[in-house]
Design a protein around this ligand. Structure first.
Ligand SMILES: C[S@@+](CC[C@H](N)C(=O)[O-])C[C@H]1O[C@@H](n2cnc3c(N)ncnc32)[C@H](O)[C@@H]1O
Length: 229
């Protein structure tokens, strides 16, 4: 397991309860209000721009841990054909669906609830797969990325926290407070070399990297010689 939370691995069972508690109705409403006001910003904007630069018109996507659907709304606005959203938070999934209906493309989306690792067999491959700030919510990065990577026919975009002493310390403090509160949610810092190794095993090579203070934004592409499974 590559997760470094400053404490032992918790099962996804506990983590998924934590996800539901953190990413609840009121957080979803707040995030949607902010997105409607400001659009996609920061690392999410960078991810969308990097993917859109390669062209998305007519392509399908799979957004894992898509939250309120920022990536989905933006890719659809860029001409994507449609996609699938998988999220462990029922509140976020419903918010993404309602917003897609409001924007007029609900019929071109599919929504699946639950832990992606356990739902991956129910999901079709897509040209574009995205995980925007998701692996930091999940203890078993190789399982999550190992399930996602084979479904990316062309591109996989990922945003996750940088593995710096400052950020590791911040996550350890937050996790310590969570433990004192007996809250099941934990954050995880994963080693970028391990992330890259998992994706390389599935034939994905890095095409771009952007680093901010907190987040790494990376886009991977598939070689012609290594088609998706
Ligand atoms: C920090 S939010 C990011 C949401 C969105 N991608 C964004 O950047 O605005 C993390 C999201 O990942 C989802 N998530 C975390 N682990 C997941 C898993 N194993 N399977 C499905 N969804 C997951 C959470 O429910 C939550 O919606």
């Amino acid at each position: 397991m590559g997760g470094r939370s400053g404490e032992s691995l918790v099962s996804c069972c506990g983590q998924c309860r934590g996800i539901e508690a953190v990413f609840d109705d009121s957080a979803a409403r707040r995030d949607l209000r902010r997105y409607r006001r400001k659009g996609a910003t920061g690392s999410t904007r960078q991810l969308i721009d990097a993917i859109a630069a390669e062209g998305v018109a007519g392509l399908t996507f799979l957004d894992i841990g898509g939250g309120i659907g920022q990536v989905q709304h933006e890719l659809m606005a860029c001409g994507a054909r449609g996609g699938t959203s998988v999220d462990a938070s029922p509140a976020y999934l419903q918010t993404a669906r309602d917003e897609a209906v409001r924007r007029g493309y609900g019929d071109r989306m599919r929504y699946l609830g639950g832990d992606f690792v356990t739902r991956a067999n129910d999901v079709e491959a897509a040209e574009i797969v995205t995980l925007d700030r998701v692996i930091c919510c999940y203890p078993d990065m190789p399982a999550l990325l190992g399930a996602a990577a084979p479904l990316a026919r062309r591109t996989l975009g990922i945003v996750f926290p940088r593995n710096t002493p400052f950020i590791r310390a911040g996550v350890a403090i937050v996790n310590f407070v969570q433990r004192l509160r007996r809250h099941p949610f934990r954050g995880y810092i994963h080693d970028p070399d391990e992330v890259e190794a998992v994706l390389a095993r599935h034939g994905l090579r890095r095409r771009s990297l952007r680093e901010g203070f907190l987040w790494r934004v990376m886009v991977y592409g598939r070689n012609r010689q290594s088609p998706a499974a």
